[in-house]
Design a protein around this ligand. Structure first.
Ligand SMILES: [Zn+2]
Length: 313
């Protein structure tokens, strides 16, 4: 639990100052044992630069400063309310989680139609799981190497669940009257998702240099959704619901693809290292694009429900 980073004493002896103005007075006395309660309450945890990070926290060399490094869990949780380079990453997906929770509650309180709701709920739950795991990972991974390892696995599992469950409404409602295609597509994507989670358990999977491999794995999984969507358009091209849902799915795909590109290329911080440490770096843009994509998909889900409530087998 004890921080290995140098904790600097505040001139006023106060407690838990805002890390955004974390003390930089390197000459101050340091606490040798911050695990002692008397010590813990008298010292703040300062933000550090990229070069001072242990290897497991080095993910983006274009972000130069405002890192938390090996903070105790309590300080890491409290840091949700202070400014560092993960604050906006935490809040974008936490707010996104509550947004989807509200959408789920509004759907569940609406009048129940004739067709099964579970594929749509599975999709909403997949999105909420992804957003919550991501937010927790950004908040707490700075604690230790073990925490980083476990939380990144949960984060990858969350991304996988978002992708896999986003297939469920598309496939289930489109092929409501075609059990063979429905079972084939649902089985295929579920097995792919399980394989992706298994691969992500390998320690090497989180290596920063494998950024493109990770991006490609998730992108390929998402891209396999093109097959049932093309199949849908071949069979139901005359149905306005099929065209409308495909429109939303194309919008979703564009948002997700943009997110993957931003994530993998680390634009814009690669052009101005250090400029976007707090606001505007690629991971924040990636988070917003994920929420936008999931929101477009939510609208597709509503169209599927109204289509299949009216028109069954
Ligand atoms: Zn993230």
């Amino acid at each position: 639990m004890a921080s290995k980073t140098a904790a600097t004493i505040r001139s006023d002896g106060g407690v838990h100052a805002d890390q955004s103005v974390a003390s930089k007075n390197k000459g101050s006395p340091t606490c040798g044992d911050v695990a002692k309660p008397s010590c813990e309450h008298r010292y703040d945890y300062e933000l550090v630069g990229y070069d001072a990070l242990p290897a497991f926290l080095k993910h983006d060399e274009f972000m130069l400063d405002h890192y938390r490094s090996e903070w105790p869990v309590k300080q890491a949780i409290l840091s949700a309310f202070t400014l560092h380079n993960e604050t906006i990453n935490v809040w974008t997906h936490l707010i996104g989680f509550f947004m989807f929770l509200a959408l789920t509650m509004s759907v569940s309180s609406a009048e129940h139609g004739r067709v099964a709701r579970w594929p749509f709920y599975a999709c909403l739950c997949g999105a909420m799981f992804c957003l919550l795991m991501s937010s927790g990972c950004h908040l707490l991974a700075c604690h230790s190497e073990r925490a980083t390892y476990v939380l990144l696995r949960l984060d990858y599992a969350g991304i996988t669940s978002l992708i896999v469950t986003s297939f469920y409404p598309v496939v289930y409602y489109t092929f409501l009257c075609d059990p063979f295609s429905r079972t084939l597509y649902l089985g295929f994507i579920t097995i792919c998702g399980a394989a992706a989670v298994a691969v992500s358990l390998l320690p090497v999977f989180q290596a920063p240099e494998l950024r493109w491999t990770r991006a490609a794995l998730f992108a390929c999984m998402g891209a396999s959704g093109i097959v049932p969507i093309v199949h849908k358009m071949l069979v139901f091209s005359a149905r306005p619901e099929a065209v409308l849902t495909t429109g939303y799915e194309v919008v979703m795909g564009v948002f997700y693809l943009a997110g993957v590109l931003v994530y993998a290329t680390r634009v814009p911080e690669r052009f101005m290292p250090g400029m976007f440490d707090l606001v505007g770096h690629s991971h924040q843009l990636f988070h917003l694009l994920v929420i936008a994509g999931a929101y477009a998909h939510y609208h597709a889900g509503l169209v599927y429900l109204s289509w299949r409530d009216r028109d069954q087998c």
